[in-house]
Design a protein around this ligand. Structure first.
Ligand code: KG4
Ligand code: ZN
Length: 336
């Protein structure tokens, strides 16, 4: 059983081939970072045009890498939403054409279910119930999972996503796009005490997040910086460390609080920001003290990739979730 997956929800065209829900035969990605870097963020029009240009050749490369032919594909999994409508349309139209031409089933995948399914690529056994933190450039959501592929939203950001805050913060610091990885790298040698930022919603009982205030706090901190501070070669490291600390602290505290309240056995952390080194090391340490396991995909499976969509497609196939050929993408798709 071979599943071809297609992911085009934002700025990466990603395709993968998964055999028997277990072995990744190929996992290829064409990144658009260079295209959008000049604008400091993703330009939707440019994103969908680039998807159109690369998706065909990328399919050929994916098949070549796996040494298989189109005829050997048994099902096609595709991201239906949420995401940029034009970008999603490219992937969904491509997947529908293939499903029609090959006479194979079409498997609809929710992008965030894809991120969560990424943990199953490397972690075969996960004890449920679990709490899953999906933290990316567009989302910061907490789900209670009674079992695999069962999602109940129990918390979310009320404004910016954590990745969005990191990207906007990095732009203010003149660090380029995407900001998360640069902040992660600079913060490693920064002093968190030099620029302390308040952790949002710290003493509240609910599981929601808020990151837009931190952006304003960073702006104000930058206005107060003295010329001496600015000349310090470690200035950017210190301010990046303080800013990252508040975001990571908030993500960890809310996730642990939700996990304790729900008496879960495991914590899953996924999405682009889950590749953050501080978040990865610290949440695992805190969870183990509470007797919970932490499962975080390797960094390559945290940011958008085709393998996670293929894994979610395998789960959809198992459950008999096939889509009709008149499937349309939904930029605001809710997880079910
Ligand atoms: O999941 P993803 O690839 O795309 C979306 O679905 O949004 O996530 C992209 C986000 C960006 O905001 C990027 O800055 C952030 O993930 N990111 C990181 C790191 N690597 C990527 N944030 C913090 N630390 C990182 N190492
Ligand atoms: Zn994503």
């Amino acid at each position: 059983m071979i599943i071809l997956s297609i992911e085009t929800s934002c700025d990466e065209t990603a395709l993968a081939l998964l055999k028997d829900g277990d072995v990744i035969l190929a996992d290829l990605l064409s990144s658009q970072i260079d295209l959008h870097k000049t604008y400091g963020g993703v330009v939707p029009e440019l994103a969908c045009r680039r998807h159109i240009e690369v998706i065909g050749p990328l399919l050929n490369e994916t098949l070549q890498e796996a040494q298989i032919t189109l005829g050997e594909i048994d099902a096609i999994a595709v991201t239906v939403g949420p995401g940029l409508i034009g970008a999603l349309l490219v992937g969904v139209s491509f997947a529908k054409s293939l499903a029609y031409a090959l006479g194979k089933p079409l498997l609809p995948v929710h992008h965030l279910a894809g991120h969560i399914s990424a943990v199953f690529i490397e972690h075969r056994i996960i004890c449920f119930p679990a709490v899953a933190l999906v933290v990316s450039g567009g989302h910061t959501n907490l789900y209670y999972m009674a079992e695999r592929a069962n999602y109940k939203l129990i918390g979310q950001t009320v404004d910016d996503a954590a990745g969005e805050a990191l990207d906007k913060g990095a732009r203010m610091l003149g660090l380029g796009y995407p900001g998360g990885p640069v902040i992660d790298r600079l913060a490693k040698t920064g002093d968190v005490e030099k620029f302390p930022f308040k952790v949002p919603y710290r003493s509240s009982e609910h599981n929601n997040f808020s990151f837009s205030g931190l952006k304003t706090a960073l702006k104000q901190a930058l206005l107060k910086v003295s010329p001496d501070q600015q000349e310090d070669p470690r200035f950017q490291n210190d301010i990046a460390a303080g800013f990252q600390e508040a975001i990571v602290r908030s993500l960890i505290e809310k996730t642990i609080q939700a996990a304790k309240k729900a008496y879960v056995q495991s914590i899953i952390v996924c999405g682009g920001v889950a590749s953050n080194s501080l978040l990865r090391s610290r949440i695992a340490k805190e969870a183990i003290q509470l007797g919970m396991d932490t499962h975080i995909p390797s960094p390559q499976y945290c940011t958008d990739n085709g393998a996670m969509i293929a894994m979610a497609g395998a789960i959809a196939f198992e459950k008999g979730h096939h889509a009709p050929l008149n499937l349309n993408p939904n930029p605001n798709l809710k997880i079910s």
